[in-house]
Design a protein around this ligand. Structure first.
Ligand SMILES: CC[C@H](O)CC(=O)C(=O)O
Ligand SMILES: [Mn+2]
Length: 338
C-alpha cells in the first residue's frame, strides 16, 4: 500500500518560542495564506505554550492569540487550523472559543507521564466535533512501557492520534524506532512524531518514525521552532518525495514561503549552537532556551551550566520558574567559590 504522510506545520505555534511570542496578525495571515496555497494540510497557531500561554511565567504575546487564529482562519480554504492546549494553562473555554472561530483540530499536550489530565479536554474537543490529538511531551523521559500506558489512556479518552513528542530533541533514532513500534503494536489510532533538531537528529528521527509506521508528522518551515527548531518542513517534503512518499504539498511553493517570507521574520537563522545543543544533550525542554539565556545574562553565569543542572533535576514544562532559581544558585556558588 502507498504510504501517505499528513503534515502539521508548527512554525506559527512552536516558532512563537523562538521569536519571544511576538507574532503579529499580518505575519500570521501572510504565512498562513502562503501555506494554504502550498496545500499544507494542518497549520497550528497559538502562543508557543498553547492556548492561554501568554503570561509572566511563559512570556506575554504581542498579539491576542484568538486574533492570530482568526486571521489564519480568514485566509485558508484548504488548510485546517489546529491549536495546542496544555491542560492547566489553556481552559475548556479557550477550546470552545477556538472551535467557534473555526479551528478543526485540538492537540492536547501533557507531560509524558501525565496523560490522565487530558481526559476532560480530549472529550470536550471530540464533543465540539474537532479532530483530536494526544501530545505526549518530553517522551525521552519515560520508558517505552510507560509511554504505551499513557498513550492508551489518551486513546481511551477518544484521541484520533497520539504523538511522541521529543520536546528536548534528546531521542536517538533507535529510541524513536522502539517507541513508534510499541505504539503501533498496542494502539489502533494514528501515531504521530514531533521532533526538535538540537542534536541534528530531527530529520533522521522523523524518517525512523515514518519507517516504523508514524503517519502524522510535524515540521516547521525554515526550522522556526523552539531550540534549534523542528524537522524543517520544506526539506522533509523534498526528502519524502525522493522516497516516493506523498504529502500533497507543493514543494516549490513551500520553498518560496521559507525563503521569501519566513526567513524575514527570524531573529537569527535557526542553527545548532552551544545553547540549543546543550538542550538536546541535557534533555531539557526546548522552550526553556530563551528563558535560560536571559537568566544567564541576569546572573552572570553560563547558560549551559543552567541547562545541565535543569536536566539533572529532570525539570519539566510548567517549572520555568526553576530556571531563575538555578541561575541564582549557580551565581551564589560562583561568588562563594570565587
Ligand atoms: C510548551 C509546549 C511545547 O512547546 C510543546 C512542544 O512543541 C514540545 O513539547 O515540543
Ligand atoms: Mn515542540
Amino acid at each position: 500500500m502507498e504510504k501517505e504522510i499528513i503534515i502539521t506545520e508548527v512554525a506559527l505555534r512552536d516558532g512563537s518560542h523562538a521569536i519571544g511570542h511576538q507574532y503579529t496578525v499580518d505575519q500570521v495571515a501572510t504565512i498562513a495564506k502562503a501555506l494554504n496555497e502550498a496545500k499544507v494540510p494542518y497549520i497550528e497557531v497559538t502562543h508557543g505554550d498553547g492556548l492561554g500561554g501568554s503570561s509572566l511565567q511563559y512570556g506575554f504575546s504581542k498579539t491576542d492569540e484568538m486574533k492570530l487564529i482568526e486571521a489564519a482562519v480568514s485566509v485558508v480554504d484548504f488548510s485546517k487550523l489546529a491549536v495546542l492546549l496544555l491542560p492547566g494553562i489553556g481552559t475548556i473555554e479557550n477550546l470552545k472559543e477556538a472551535s467557534k472561530i473555526g479551528v478543526k483540530m485540538a492537540r492536547i499536550a501533557t507531560h509524558v507521564t501525565e496523560a490522565d489530565i487530558s481526559k476532560q479536554h480530549i472529550e470536550t474537543a471530540k464533543n465540539l466535533g474537532m479532530e483530536t490529538v494526544g501530545f505526549l511531551m518530553m517522551s525521552h523521559m519515560a520508558p517505552v512501557e510507560k509511554l504505551v500506558e499513557q498513550a492508551k489512556l489518551m486513546e481511551s479518552y477518544g484521541a484520533d492520534t497520539v504523538y511522541i513528542v521529543d520536546s528536548a530533541g534528546a531521542l536517538l533514532p533507535n529510541e524513536v524506532r522502539e517507541r513508534v513500534k510499541a505504539l503501533k503494536n498496542e494502539l489502533a489510532i494514528n501515531i504521530g512524531f514531533h521532533a526538535h533538531n538540537n542534536l541534528s537528529l530531527a530529520m533522521g528521527n522523523t524518517l525512523a518514525a515514518i519507517e516504523e509506521g508514524a503517519t502524522r508528522i510535524d515540521g516547521s518551515i525554515r526550522c522556526l521552532g523552539a531550540g534549534a527548531g523542528n524537522t524543517q518542513t520544506e526539506v522533509l517534503i523534498a526528502v519524502l518525495e525522493r522516497m516516493g512518499i506523498k504529502t500533497g504539498i507543493d514543494l516549490y511553493k513551500l520553498m518560496d514561503v521559507s525563503e521569501d517570507i519566513v526567513s524575514k521574520i527570524l531573529l537569527e537563522p535557526q542553527i545548532i549552537n552551544r545553547d540549543s545543543l546543550t538542550l538536546g544533550y541535557a534533555g531539557v525542554y526546548s522552550s526553556f532556551l530563551l528563558h535560560a539565556k536571559r537568566a544567564a545574562q541576569r546572573f552572570g553565569v553560563d547558560s549551559r551550566d543552567i541547562l545541565m543542572e535543569l536536566g539533572k533535576r529532570k525539570v519539566v514544562g510548567g517549572q520555568e520558574d526553576m530556571i531563575v532559581d538555578v541561575a541564582a544558585e549557580l551565581s551564589k556558588e560562583k561568588i562563594t567559590i570565587g
